[in-house]
Design a protein around this ligand. Sequence first.
Ligand code: ZN
Length: 141
Amino acid sequence: MYTGPVYAADAPDAGICSYCTAFGTAAERYDACFADTVEGDVSRDVVTEILERTPGFTAGQSPHRLTRCGYGATFLGPAGARELKAHPDAVDHLRRQCAAWTWPPDQVEDSLGSLDKDGGPIAYLFRCRVCETHLAYADFT
Ligand SMILES: [Zn+2]
């Protein structure tokens, strides 16, 4: 059973069959989708696959899916500063997002250092299905 987030008026509270989620029948039957937004420049087919056939995840704010190399990236799970140490590419990705809002560098580093998957703010870690680069966004991004 899939019991993650479902955006639909009448989806069953008890969960949705994982096969129906993967094959798109659940999205069709309940007019449902499983993520709030898809980030990045990808085809309509890829957006549909992510929103209607990919299990969602729970996040502090409305969850969104990251894309890279033309596809939805694989969601690896919530992460804090400790978990991100093993993935400097994901930290760089977060740093670039903060820099894009013209945060001063010390504020960026403080925010990255405060990430904590149990206490928040939480980062959400992804891996590109094509080039295996790690990506992330955080509750503060
Ligand atoms: Zn890639």
